[in-house]
Design a protein around this ligand. Structure first.
Ligand code: F6P
Length: 341
């Protein structure tokens, strides 16, 4: 039945191992061989591989990270596309490739498919921002971790009569901020998709504290623009060329403290949102995507990703998946706004 190559690329995400287990189990069931490529595209470009069978994926369902390793090295940014992967592909006899990654990775997957390789994508990101799929695995886990953090921060904020700004991940979109903010009962949520006026945020908090509340929680998405009067942060870039976001929460907190005179502290949650075991719903989703991706690869589909649409997992053209970045819809943010203050 041929050889299926599988790799995990870009930032890690809870549920990656569950996808790999799903791919290997279904492929094995259908008599296909699976070879893992180590450390993302690097494995394919530098010929670092591992044979994957059912024994190799035993016990990994609930494990965080990825047994294959990951990196941000990319065949189009750091090589010349398919040609830079050809040696490994020929040596192993890989005739179908399953690529588990975010928008940058899926773009490169589409490049290889356009050059003639049979490629299936699996959308992966805690940011939940990929077009063509209703959700991504890892997102639910990240939201739960951020919500737990908000719950904890609320009790210490209340004890000390403070405002606490919680900065969460999400890159240029505010999915984690909006969901965790709603789930944690945040008093304000600031996301890149919705322009904001920091004076108005301060007004809402002042009104809340005048009304007898001793504390406030403000959730800030890491990709937010700096508040008026503050310079955009000078950020480093990663190997894909993406900005390494983080720190805008400090600017928001500084502005709030200056405007309200309430003591304001900051917690930047960072990579804790990506680490550790995936929650149950992410394990199920990741398993379904892995199994579906194996089926799509073995059935001869290419240039598509396994996406969730409603209750189904369906093939979605990579051209659609890479056509933009999916933001938080206005009506969801309007629901969150109902609870501000
Ligand atoms: O895309 C997932 C993500 O966790 C973003 O939310 C975040 O901005 C970025 O990756 C962090 O990447 P790195 O691990 O390279 O710092």
């Amino acid at each position: 039945m041929g050889v299926v190559g599988v790799l995990t690329a870009g930032g890690d995400c809870p549920g990656l191992n569950a996808v790999v287990r799903g791919v290997v189990s279904r492929a094995t069931e259908r008599d296909a061989e699976v070879v893992g490529l180590r450390d993302g595209w690097e494995g394919l470009m530098r010929d670092r591989t591992v044979k994957l069978d059912r024994d190799a994926v035993r016990g990994i369902l609930g494990r965080g990270g990825t047994i294959l390793g990951t990196s941000r090295l990319d065949p189009y940014v750091h090589g010349d596309g398919l040609a830079s992967c050809q040696d490994t592909i020929s040596r192993i006899g890989i005739d179908r490739l399953i690529v588990i990654g975010g928008d940058g990775t899926l773009r490169s997957a589409m490049g290889l498919a356009n050059e003639g390789l049979n490629v299936i994508g699996v959308p992966k990101t805690i940011d939940n921002d990929i077009v063509g799929t209703d959700t991504t695995f890892g997102f639910a886990t990240a939201v739960q971790i951020a919500t737990d953090a908000i719950d904890r921060l609320a009790t210490t904020a209340e004890a000390h009569n403070r405002v606490i700004v919680v900065e969460v991940m999400g890159r240029t979109k505010g999915w984690i901020a909006t969901h965790a903010g709603i789930a944690g009962g945040a008093d304000y949520i600031l996301i890149p998709e919705i322009p904001y006026d920091i004076e108005q945020v301060a007004d809402v908090l002042r009104r809340r504290h005048r009304g007898g509340h001793r504390y406030s929680i403000v959730v800030v998405a890491e990709g937010l623009e700096a508040p008026a009067g503050y310079q955009a942060l000078d950020l480093k870039r990663d190997a894909f060329g993406f900005e390494r976001l983080g720190g805008v929460g400090y600017q928001v907190a500084d502005a709030i403290e200056q405007l309200t005179k309430f003591e304001t502290r900051v917690t930047v949650l960072g990579h804790v949102q990506r680490g550790g075991t995936p929650c149950a719903s992410d394990r199920v989703l990741a398993t379904r995507l892995g199994v579906a991706a194996a089926d799509m690869a073995i059935d001869g589909l290419t240039n598509v990703m396994a996406g969730v649409q409603g209750t189904e997992v369906v093939p979605v053209p990579l051209e659609v998946a890479t056509s933009g970045i999916r933001g938080v819809p206005d009506d969801l943010y309007a629901t969150a706004r109902t609870f501000f203050g």
